[in-house]
Design a protein around this ligand. Sequence first.
Ligand code: PLP
Length: 423
Amino acid sequence: MNKLAERDQAVLWHPFTQMQTAPLPIPIVRGSGSILYDADGREYIDMISSWWVNLHGHAHPHIAKRVSEQLQTLEHVIFAGFTHQPAVELAERLLAILPRNQSKIFYSDNGSTAVEVALKMAFQYWHNLGKPRQKIIAFENAYHGDTFGAMAVSGRSAFTAPFVPFLFDVDYLPVPLPGQEDDVLQRAEALFTDEVAAFIVEPLVQGSGGMVMYEPAILDKLVQLARRKGSLIIADEVMTGFGRTGRLFASHYLEGKPDLMCLSKGLTGGTMALGVTSCVQAIYDAFLSDDKFKTLFHGHSFTANPLACTAALASMDLLLLAETQANIQRISQNHTDFASRLATYKTVENIRQHGTLLAFDLNVGEQTSYFNNIRDTAYNFLLERGVLMRPLGNVLYLMPPYCTTDEQLAYTHKQIEELLTTI
Ligand SMILES: *Cc1c(COP(=O)(O)O)cnc(C)c1O
């Protein structure tokens, strides 16, 4: 096994990894259901859905079959001037489950590009109307991706520090945590003006920012405020989409629906890279013109890749099964039960849950930061016991694929509880 890891080290550079101090990567040879198998035959329960993408387990036979059939039929075709069945069918089926006001689908390659496209649509919408607006409002601590536009609308942090001079300015609202809603509303009253092109949010859960959670009611109030000034609302559901919060989309908990939505991660069930930006009719209409300059000049070589669209269709078949919906409810209830056990530990703080997402802070008296040691301690402790979790600093969270069994959850809980009595 070390052979492959050493070959890796000679030629590869891994994401979000300090290559000087990182241990050798673990070669994974196979996956099935919620389990990953390494080259030595060790098993890991994938409690983080392989960076939040996997919905139905690894190497799912239905997705594998559909994608391999598509691969032998049409692997790719240019998507300007041409179209194909998987792209059309996926758009139709997405629009059927997204909030009703969404009416057009634009494909790209990943979550960051889905955000880039939403931002470009928003800015150009105002440009095309001849009423340019240049301000974006975002939440502090937000994460919307790693490309420049996506970084610009993310919170400023260690991740963005080297690039700050190159990021466009954004006005930030504090996250409306429970108990702080009124303060945030007051700040928002001042910030939302008719210069604001768009308000971008991760609805209900800020993922990379530490699984920070807030309630739909306050988001609804903020959406209302933004709307009063005509601003567009962008819901970045790259992480929250496809059932994670208990409903198909976090936006389904809101009264006020977004104008633009960004999807990726679970979109293909975690099989391949694909991004979607959806929008309401009025945005689409603002680009219709005899004037070529009003075109949305954006596209990627692999826009609407038929294999990725097919994976997404196959994943949606599975997602909408009564059995999968029941699993989402089962995991949510299982989390709620575990949360009440967690509450008895002095080393646990700030337990929070939306649907299949459960998070809590480890309180070990250290300063809370993404870079503190407790993160590595917890990661290694759990990994050695066959549980793949990837704490965000001192924040531990569970985001299992929906096929994860009660036994696998119980095993995970046992390891977490041992960690809690050890630290
Ligand atoms: C992961 C994530 C992104 C970026 O998606 P990538 O596919 O990694 O580029 C954007 N927004 C949110 C909310 C995310 O969680």
